[in-house]
Design a protein around this ligand. Structure first.
Ligand SMILES: *[C@@H]1O[C@H](CO)[C@@H](O)[C@H](O)[C@H]1NC(C)=O
Ligand SMILES: *[C@@H]1O[C@H](CO)[C@@H](O)[C@H](O)[C@H]1NC(C)=O
Ligand SMILES: *[C@@H]1O[C@H](CO)[C@@H](O)[C@H](O)[C@H]1NC(C)=O
Ligand SMILES: *[C@@H]1O[C@H](CO)[C@@H](O)[C@H](O)[C@H]1NC(C)=O
Length: 776
């Protein structure tokens, strides 16, 4: 049985809402060179004896390059070191000081959600998983925009005392005091020093310098992971039902590291540092962004490594659709990287045209409806505007005289969906059809709480509507809001991602790891803004429906808490393995899960191991475990120098120069196999050159003694040989190693093929996706 997690409703995440630009990188008045924030990683063991404490040493190192610089934070868990604001020249000088391991400029991150409004309710009630009783010992740390603690989702009724291991705090601040925490929300902190340096002083009229959530995102993600049971959750009157997080008895600690203008490394690392010290078991991180090209220059990879090394599972969002292939975020192999799928619920809105054709789109519009009999004129935004901004229905671009009483077609790409509708409405329009103009964006159909009758239609349906509008003299249409549909098939469909191709940084590691519900998700909401997040939206709700990989990540965080409760000794890698090897990638009819944009079969490059199946994950049979040493061997295989390994791991380690390390040997529950493609000059000539790759894996038995047999898919282009073909486990936690050899012909650049490898004892299926790619 599949349990459908959580659910709820809808909205989406438009990354571009967050694409504002900070004015320069520096708000400080500085006559000389611009300053920016750097994260300085120190080798604590190299502290000269003259300093009685490492902070004095850090300070002295900093003062040796800049008299005026101050430390923003010192760090002791994620890295040993500090953050500070200095010039590039000073950063160079500092990098050459003794004991300095690395100096990395700060990155700004984005939440992996777009807040566009909406509402809807959930109608499903959720099966309880037995493990959830024990989950009250598990603490989920959420790195996000903070928390709105007054909503019922944080009710602590029935929960025992705070776990004894907990060392965190409930930090008081604006609109937040120690009574804001309870036995559900056991810790709350906020980190803004880096943010203020970059974005200017926080205006406390607009956002609170405290864990209070002024945005909604953090309240939504934390209640998705671990919200208490709320029996009548409804959003603005839409269908009501029961809402609860994945692990309703787990405890939540919130680390507010994201602010209205973004999330910055220095604050984020401070949040990680405290979360590790406080004693969280799971970290949920629905944000990401421009990480460096190597793990040692990627602060998030470093911070997540530190957490993993302490036994904390880090679940992170894979990012939302972007125009580029190979752009999965948070792809380090120690992170559990989560993509988004749809659920079996739909919010249809129908577009009826003057030629009698009807097209289904989506919307959550709740107000006065258009007539389904009387059709009105339909026009392009561009044809009722003086300039090209009209095509996107940008503010001020539509001419009211020409827009009045009409349905307007607005193109995706430069304006938020609800915002575009508002522009149409303000210009006197009475309906909006929102569609993509071309194929370059992978955004799926997300129903928004529009402020006028609207329908978001697919590219394909949009093209048909446009063909009609272009072909007749006086085109007409109407929009009819449909009722919420449940049981929509097929579901899940992969959202947000189009086929992304191989992981650019490490093509031997398949990412994302898996998908979980991320479209139209209902969870708790802030009281600071309305469901659309637009400032003129005066509605206030306890629940809201939004979408994005931001929403799928906390589903997995909560499920990981359940697994941790059921199996307290399991490592983060073992928990991830059980989620991955039990995930499903086909529907009940055997067909592969589809991609929302193409409506064709998605691939492991889109969904990793597949869609999470929490009940199966409780009893995976075997797991692919991995230790810190395995990850260090992985870095050796990437030819990292000792300083680079130290930057990532805080450990002194020199790779064994006579040992053969291989990236493909990292004990990962999935397989990505990059082959060389034929070169352009010799198309055909190299076809018959076969290539061989061998990967080694080790399975740990977490079930009863059993004999497992392997099966692999048959693929024309690649021969797959597994040795041995059966593995007998006589006791619990026994380990057995096998190898898989892939022999492929040399194919054209860009070719991708997929397969699957499964170990089964007749009771468990331990499945791994295999993704082959050919590139130069
Ligand atoms: C904390 O906040 C609550 C609710 O805002 C308020 O009732 C209470 O008096 C505050 N407590 C303190 C100690 O400030
Ligand atoms: C469009 O152009 C006309 C004529 O120049 C002008 O009066 C009007 O304000 C313009 N409208 C918009 C929305 O730009
Ligand atoms: C280095 O690797 C070789 C080959 O695997 C092994 O024989 C040797 O013991 C290793 N040396 C150390 C110091 O681990
Ligand atoms: C590949 O080898 C087969 C059999 O040896 C031969 O028939 C075929 O022409 C070769 N193809 C190319 C492209 O060289």
């Amino acid at each position: 049985m599949k349990i459908f997690l959580f659910i709820l409703v809808q909205s989406f995440v438009l990354l571009n809402l967050f694409h504002f630009h900070l004015a320069g990188t520096d708000h400080e008045i500085s006559q000389q060179r611009p300053k920016r924030t750097y994260i300085i990683h120190m080798d604590k063991s190299n502290k000269p004896a003259v300093f009685d404490d490492h902070v004095n040493w850090y300070d002295s190192s900093l003062k040796s390059v800049s008299d005026s610089a101050e430390m923003l934070y010192t760090y002791d868990n994620v890295i040993h070191g500090f953050s500070t604001r200095i010039t590039e020249e000073e950063a160079h000088l500092l990098n050459n000081q003794p004991g300095v391991v690395s100096v990395i400029p700060e990155t700004r991150y984005e939440l992996h959600t777009t807040r566009t409004p909406d509402f809807l309710g959930l109608k499903e009630s959720y099966s309880l998983i037995a493990a959830s009783d024990k989950a009250s010992d598990v603490i989920i740390g959420v790195l996000d925009t903070g928390v709105w603690p007054e909503i019922e989702s944080y009710d602590d009724k029935g929960l025992g005392p705070v776990p004894k291991s907990w060392k965190g705090k409930c930090e008081a601040g604006k609109n937040f005091n120690s009574s804001s925490c309870n036995r559900k929300l056991i810790g709350a902190r906020s980190f803004y020093k880096g943010y203020e340096k970059e974005a200017g002083r926080i205006d406390e009229k607009v956002e609170s310098k405290s864990p209070r959530d002024d945005d909604g995102h953090g309240t939504h993600t934390s209640t998705t992971a671990a919200g208490s049971h709320v029996s009548s959750a409804s959003v603005l009157g839409y269908a009501s039902g029961t809402a609860r997080g994945m692990a309703p008895t787990a405890r939540v600690a919130t680390y507010k590291v994201c602010w209205l203008k973004g999330c910055f490394d220095s604050d984020l690392i401070a949040g990680f540092d405290k979360a590790i010290a406080d004693g969280v078991h799971i970290l949920s991180m629905s944000l990401g962004g421009g990480s460096g090209t190597e793990y040692h220059s990627d602060i998030l990879a470093i911070a997540t490594f530190a957490a993993t090394a302490r036994g904390i599972l880090v679940s992170a969002s894979a990012g939302n659709s972007g125009p580029y292939h190979g752009t999965v975020f948070n792809a380090a192999p120690w992170i559990t990287t989560v993509g988004a799928g749809t659920i079996d619920r739909d919010f249809p809105a129908y577009v009826k045209l003057g030629n009698g054709q009807e097209y289904k789109g989506v919307s959550l519009y709740k107000g006065k409806q258009l007539s389904d009999k009387v059709l009105v004129p339909i026009v392009y935004g561009a044809s009722v505007s003086n300039d090209s901004d009209g095509a996107f229905c940008l503010p001020g671009s539509l001419i009211p005289k020409k827009t009045k009483g009409k349905i307007v077609i607005c193109f995706h790409g430069r304006n938020g969906r609800v915002q575009a509708g508002l522009v149409v409405k303000d210009a006197g329009g009475i309906g909006m059809i929102y569609t993509r103009d071309d194929d370059s964006h992978g955004e799926e159909l997300v129903a928004d709480a529009h402020l006028l009758p609207a329908a978001f239609v697919s590219l394909e349906k949009g093209l048909e509507i446009r063909r009609y509008v272009d072909s007749v003299a006086n085109p007409t249409a109407t929009i009819i809001q449909g009722a919420t549909k449940l049981g929509v098939q097929p579901s899940p469909i992969v959202a947000s991602f189009r086929s992304r191709g191989p992981n650019r940084r490490t093509p031997e590691i398949l990412k994302p790891d898996l998908i979980a519900p991320g479209v139209n998700i209902l969870a708790g909401w802030t009281g600071a803004v309305g469901p659309s997040g637009l400032s003129l939206d005066k509605r206030r709700v306890n629940f809201n429906i939004i979408s994005g990989t931001s929403m799928s990540c906390p589903h997995v965080s909560g499920l990981a808490a359940l697994l941790k409760a059921a199996h307290p000794k399991w490592s983060p890698a073992a928990i991830r393995s059980s989620l991955m090897t039990t995930a499903y990638s086909t529907y009940k009819n055997g067909k592969t899960i589809e991609d929302v944009v193409t409506a064709r079969a998605a691939t492991p490059f889109d969904f990793g191991a597949g869609h999470v199946d929490p009940v199966a994950a409780l009893d995976p049979g075997l797991v692919y475990d991995a230790t810190v040493e395995d990850y260090i061997n992985f870095l050796c295989a990437l030819d990292y120098a000792p300083e680079q390994i130290k930057t990532v791991t805080k450990r002194d380690f020199t790779c064994n120069s006579t040992k053969k390390y291989s990236v493909g040997d990292l004990n990962y529950p999935s397989f990505a196999v990059p082959f060389k493609a034929e070169s352009e000059e010799e198309v055909g000539a190299t076809k018959n050159v076969s290539q061989t790759m061998t990967y080694t894996r080790t399975l740990t038995n977490v079930g009863a003694p059993a004999k497992y047999e392997v099966s692999v898919s048959k693929i024309d282009s690649v021969k797959i040989l597994v040795k041995p073909k059966s593995l007998s486990f006589k006791k619990a936690y026994e380990k057995k190693t096998y190898t898989v050899t892939f022999v492929a012909s040399t194919l054209q650049w860009g070719t991708k093929h997929f397969g699957r490898l499964e170990w089964s004892d007749g009771k468990h299926i331990v499945g791994s996706p295999i993704a082959f790619s050919w590139s130069l």
